[in-house]
Design a protein around this ligand. Sequence first.
Ligand SMILES: Cc1cc2nc3c(=O)[nH]c(=O)nc-3n(C[C@H](O)[C@H](O)[C@H](O)COP(=O)(O)O)c2cc1C
Length: 255
Amino acid sequence: MTNAQLYEAIFHRKSVRKFDMAPLPSEILARLQEYAGSVKPLDANIPYAFIYLGSAEVKNLLPVKAPHYICLYSEKKANYLLNAGFVLQQIDLYLSANNLAGCWLGVARPAKEVPKLRNGLEYVIMLAFGKTGEPLHRTNTSEFMRKNLSEISSAAGAEEILEPVRLAPSATNSQPWYFSGDADHLIVSRRKLNLLRAAVYGKLNQIDIGIALLHLGLSLDQQGKAASYDFAQAEVAVPKGYEFMVKVKNSEKRG
Ligand SMILES: Cc1cc2nc3c(=O)[nH]c(=O)nc-3n(C[C@H](O)[C@H](O)[C@H](O)COP(=O)(O)O)c2cc1C
């Protein structure tokens, strides 16, 4: 799977919540697992692992049932939620590009019988996946229910770079991101939540930002640029009601 194929999937992907419960053929699962072993992290210093579960091993209060789940386990260090969004969104795009159905599940949990820790790594989030009889792809970006670019960005000259980021999925479609600065130095911030909402969405919201950063990385890559990330809280202005997450610097790709 190339970056160009993942990039292309951004414009057609959608969440699918109705699955054919027949397990996928073992070759398809093996190929997915091989791909999962090759995804790129946002921060290579955060240990993580994928665990594959079947439908009997997952508890979900909402009625989304799938034959397979890919769970991300991670060490809980700085930026682990951003990293979780970044790595698992590569799987979401891979599924779509390979005509498989997938859906992020923020409210599901591994069942009680599944160990909470794997080699010291804790469960963070999962994607349901499998085959479906439902339409898998959007044909036009007008089918995405998303904010307009002007609602999520004041960054000068970054319209083209940010269009695929605008289309990123987020928990409850809240799209908590905001982009300022300019095309070469994008400042990414996240909408602040009140205490009540933070208790429910505080973590998912950060995973959302990781997803947006993956789309941003693919978008820059498509334009021949490489991204570097600066998480240090700098003296940068972010809009009222938002908090600074990361500064993304772009440079021409070498070679
Ligand atoms: C971190 C995260 C958690 C999510 N959790 C759930 C969930 O628990 N149940 C569900 O049905 N959809 C869930 N979704 C899917 C979103 O509702 C969906 O991505 C969003 O509404 C945009 O729709 P789209 O993915 O079809 O473009 C989640 C998405 C993200 C990114």
